[in-house]
Every structure is written in structure tokens, then in C-alpha cells.
Design a protein around this ligand. Structure first.
Ligand code: SAH
Length: 359
């Protein structure tokens, strides 16, 4: 590791993140006493650095068409059982408007990799949503650098694109025709374009072990990611990995905690995947270093068709219900929903030179 992952987290953590053997032992026993202490350390550090408020992002899943064939994903192009849909720009903007009326400050535009949306179409949607006073996060996969630049200029401020796994060989097996090298190169370009960049990975992928997870942590740190999304792998029956075992809440939360210790100011979501394998999975992550939740804002009629994994929660809920449900869950932990835009504080500091809260 080039720089110490523990520089900022050191005084809060009983564990040295540079001690790879120790981390590997910890990952081998995610239900143990030491793991419990790491979760508590991460929870305390989160409170000191980014505070107790939880940022909500309204997720609009606007197209389930995908040109890729990722082995784990229910939306892979080889899955003929999916009823494919594309929302029109007007529908996307209406969903964002609805989000604004519910009090969201950020919308996340997510889709499969769908070339039917031209760069200019996406840029126009961004401009309209910015006009509503919302922050726009994109999560639409690999595109050309000039497109990323156009969208940044149109006003998009955050980009989510997980590295999925830091093991190049495993990455290649899981993503036919794609490479980890290419993905990391694009993440670096997004950083250069001054996006708040989100990477992340799945926990419990077939062929992954503790060393892979340590490498995932190292990569998130090397990228100095502003956001890190971590969720359990959930086997989808209509994919080649349908009969594999999935990831666990325990190990996923431990990775959330280690990520918090490595990147004290990161925005870290309590992912929907965690909430889908355990009714209190998101609460567990929020108590292990997470500070973001991404409730679903997709129009209800499209939700059942965006099943990247099976048994996804909230498929039948109205957006307003999701918002209310999430707020109650957050308050049940003694936390509050944030009402500011929820930017990464280090990114803000780089832009305006203002001091970082809590330092
Ligand atoms: N096409 C976009 C959005 C992908 S969906 C992109 O490539 O960035 C968002 C995330 O869902 C993916 O990054 C992946 O980590 C996760 N995901 C996909 N299938 C999954 C599964 N079966 N179990 C758990 N997470 C999954």
C-alpha cells in the first residue's frame, strides 16, 4: 500500500490496517469479539468524521437494458426472462421531481449499460434535474471519457461505478469482455474530471477469499474514493451463478467497518442488497460505519423488472412509503436524516478550501 490506510483512522482503531495478516485473521472470523470491536471503532469514527446524520439518495432505475453479460447480474443481456423497459427523459425527470417533493436532495440515475441513451440525452436530463435544485449522481457504467466530461459539465457531481472485485482474474471471469484495468482507468478519469467517485465491491462472490477482500480495501483506498458501496453477492436463479452461495451480513458489515477506518470521510451506503438478505441488514451497516441510504424512487410499475438480484426489497412500495419507512428506521437508531446535499467533505474542501468538519 502506497500510503497508510490508517493515517486518519489510527487513533480510533485498535487494529492496524497495514497488518495484512491480522486483517486476514479478522476476516476469517467475522462473528468474533475482535470483529465486534472493529464495528464499534468504525461506528465511533463515523460519528467523529461525518457525523450522525444519514444522507438519503433517491434511486431512479431508468433502464434495465444492458449490453453486458456479467455472470452475477439478473439484468445480463443473456437473461431472456427479463421484461426490458426504458424510461423516457420526461419520465425520468418526473420521477426526480417527485423525489424533490419528498425532500430528497440527490437523485441517483442508474441503469444497465444502455447505449440507446445518447450522451446528449443524458446531459439534457442532468440539466433539467439540476434545474430542480437536486444533486445528480450517475450510475450507468462504462462510457467514453468525453461523455463523462460532458455530463460533469452538465452538472452531474457524483459517479458510482464499483470495481466489483479487485482480483483481475476473477473480474475477467465475472465480466466477459471487460477488464479490471479498464474499469480502474475509467474510475481515475472520473476522479480527474472532479466527480465524487464511488467504487465498491460485492462480498461473498464465488472465487473470492479474504485476500481478495483485502485487495478490495486497498483498491478503494488507492483510488481515494469519495463513496464506497459494499453489498453481499446474492445469487440470481436466472444467471450462471444461480446455485452458488451468497455473501453474509456479518462479513459485509465487517468490510463496511474496515472501509470506514481506511477512508474516514467516505460516503458509505447501507446497501439495499444488505436489506434484502436481512430485514435489519441496513441498520447493521449504519452501525458499522455507513452513513447513506438509497431508497427506491423508480416508478412502481418498473420496479419488478429491475432485479439485479432476486427478492429485492420494496418492489411494491410507493416512493413516499419508502421515504417514510427509511426515516423511521434511521430514527430508531437515534440518528437523523440529513437535510444538506451530503457531499463528500474532502471533495468540498478541495473545491472551496474550507476546513473539514470534525477535524
Ligand atoms: N450498470 C451500472 C449499474 C450496475 S447495478 C454499472 O455497471 O455500474 C449496481 C450494482 O449492483 C453493481 O455494481 C453490482 O455490484 C451490484 N449487483 C449486481 N448483481 C448483483 C447480485 N447478484 N448480487 C448483489 N449485487 C449485485
Amino acid at each position: 500500500m502506497g500510503k497508510s490506510p490508517n493515517d486518519l483512522g489510527a487513533s480510533y482503531s485498535r487494529i492496524d490496517l497495514n497488518d495484512q495478516n491480522r486483517i486476514l485473521r479478522l476476516l476469517a472470523n467475522p462473528g468474533g469479539e475482535e470483529a465486534r470491536q472493529v464495528l464499534a471503532d468504525a461506528d465511533r469514527l463515523r460519528s467523529r468524521t461525518v457525523g450522525d446524520k444519514v444522507h438519503l439518495r433517491g434511486l431512479i432505475e431508468f433502464s434495465n437494458y444492458c449490453r453486458n453479460n456479467c455472470l452475477y447480474c439478473g439484468l445480463r443481456r443473456g437473461n431472456r426472462k427479463v421484461a426490458r423497459y426504458r424510461m423516457t427523459p420526461e419520465e425520468i425527470i418526473a420521477a426526480a421531481e417527485h423525489g424533490a417533493s419528498l425532500g430528497y436532495r440527490t437523485v441517483v440515475l442508474q441503469s444497465g449499460e444502455d447505449p440507446a441513451y445518447t450522451a446528449e440525452t443524458i446531459a439534457a436530463v442532468i440539466r433539467d434535474i439540476k434545474g430542480l435544485g437536486l444533486v445528480v449522481t450517475l450510475s450507468i457504467g462504462e462510457r467514453e471519457p468525453w461523455e463523462y466530461e460532458l455530463w460533469r459539465k452538465a452538472g452531474a457531481e457524483r459517479y458510482l461505478m464499483r470495481h466489483e472485485t479487485a482480483d483481475p482474474a476473477l473480474y475477467q471471469r465475472l465480466h466477459p469482455g471487460q477488464s479490471l484495468e479498464q474499469r480502474v482507468a475509467l474510475l481515475k478519469i472520473l476522479k480527474q474530471l472532479d466527480y465524487q467517485v464511488g467504487t465498491g465491491f460485492m462480498v461473498g462472490l464465488p472465487g473470492q477469499d479474504s485476500r481478495t477482500l483485502y485487495a478490495d480495501l486497498e483498491l478503494a483506498l488507492a483510488l481515494n474514493a469519495e463513496m464506497v458501496g459494499i453489498g453481499p453477492f446474492i445469487p440470481h436463479p436466472d444467471t450462471p451463478l444461480g446455485r452458488e452461495a451468497g455473501g453474509t451480513v456479518e462479513l459485509t458489515c465487517l468490510m463496511v467497518a474496515l472501509t470506514r477506518l481506511a477512508l474516514p470521510y467516505a460516503l458509505i451506503p447501507a446497501t439495499t442488497a444488505l436489506g434484502s438478505i436481512d430485514p435489519f441488514g441496513r441498520e447493521a451497516a449504519l452501525q458499522a460505519g455507513a452513513n447513506v441510504v438509497m431508497p427506491n424512487l423508480t416508478p412502481r410499475k418498473y420496479r419488478p423488472d429491475y432485479q439485479i438480484y432476486p427478492n429485492k426489497i420494496c418492489l411494491g412500495e410507493e416512493a413516499a412509503d419508502c421515504r417514510g419507512c427509511i426515516s423511521k428506521r434511521i430514527e430508531s437508531l437515534g440518528r437523523r436524516v440529513a437535510d444538506d446535499p451530503g457531499h463528500n467533505l474532502l471533495w468540498l474542501q478541495r473545491r472551496v478550501g474550507s476546513p473539514v468538519a470534525g477535524s
